[in-house]
Design a protein around this ligand. Structure first.
Ligand SMILES: [Zn+2]
Ligand SMILES: [Zn+2]
Length: 284
């Protein structure tokens, strides 16, 4: 579904912030190092800047463009079917699998807006106006839902941003401090210095936010859960499961999101296991 133009405002703001920081880094570190005759340092910082631009913009674009997970057409609600007249047993037989989540009455979960049976862990997003497989949350920073197919990209984006901002804060820190300590009466005081100091403060706050967010999601992954699942009550789960049925242990939970190939874990390539409609449990 095409999203209205105004929902892209935050994405434009993020792009503007990235551009501002890249220009600040270039003019306040790369250029001065070159002018000071530190050619190797200037080249190294330029390389770090270009790497960060490619890594962050590529993973950001993946989060925005990747469909988080549409419900397959085979899950469309048949004519006349409601959750009351189709048992979870018959749906289990039809899809040859055991469903874990039911509604409060123990019936199959359906979405009346999308006219589909809802696979386990899927939810309807009111912003995207569709059901999303293994929905984690709707994110205004990407103007997209974070779900089964783009959750790993989301984590990679947070990781790349954290690493890039750490390099930024460490390498330009001394110059930002000099700019801060320059008094308005000093002849060296100018708008460029103020720009550096303000940008540095901004990036410090963003670094802290990204770090907290990344740690929170690492915890969710290790416990085999999602943002929505950690917030909602578990009364829609079958009573046969005690606790979180999707918890496969730290390693099992990790590879369910990042895949078995460790060389792919930190690369912006899809390596998630499964199709998003069925999830392994320890009982299987
Ligand atoms: Zn729906
Ligand atoms: Zn959404």
């Amino acid at each position: 579904m095409k999203r209205p133009w105004y929902t892209w405002t935050v994405v434009c703001l993020v792009c503007a912030l990235m551009a501002w920081t890249c220009i600040t880094y270039f003019y306040h570190l790369v250029v001065p190092l070159y002018l000071e005759g530190e050619l190797i340092s200037a080249l190294a910082t330029l390389l770090a800047l270009l790497t960060a631009i490619v890594a962050i913009s590529y993973s950001y674009n993946l989060c925005i463009k990747t469909d988080p997970g549409n419900i397959p057409s085979s899950w469309a609600l048949k004519e006349g079917h409601t959750s009351n007249n189709i048992s979870s047993e018959s749906l289990n037989r039809r899809h040859q699998r055991q469903f874990i989540e039911t509604d409060r009455n123990g019936a199959v979960r359906i979405c009346r807006k999308c006219r589909v049976y809802k696979p386990d862990r899927s939810h309807h997003c009111s912003k995207c106006n569709k059901c999303v497989l293994k929905m984690d949350h709707h994110c205004i920073w990407f103007n997209n839902c974070i779900g089964f197919h783009n959750y790993k990209y989301f984590m990679i984006f947070l990781l790349y941003t954290l690493v890039s901002l750490t390099v930024y804060l460490l390498t330009i820190g001394r110059r930002a401090l000099d700019a801060f300590l320059t008094k308005p009466t000093d002849p060296k005081f100018n708008a460029f210095g103020v720009n550096l100091f303000v940008n540095y403060l901004f990036m410090m706050m963003i670094e802290l936010g990204v770090l907290i967010f990344l740690l929170y999601h690492i915890k969710l992954i290790l416990f085999g859960t999602t943002t929505l699942e950690s917030l909602e009550k578990s009364d829609k789960l079958n009573m046969q499961y005690d606790g979180n049925p999707y918890d496969l242990g730290y390693y099992g939970n990790w590879i369910a999101v990042f895949g078995k190939k460790s060389s792919y874990w930190f690369l912006p390539v899809s390596s998630v296991i499964g199709d998003g409609t069925h999830f392994h449990t320890l009982n299987e």
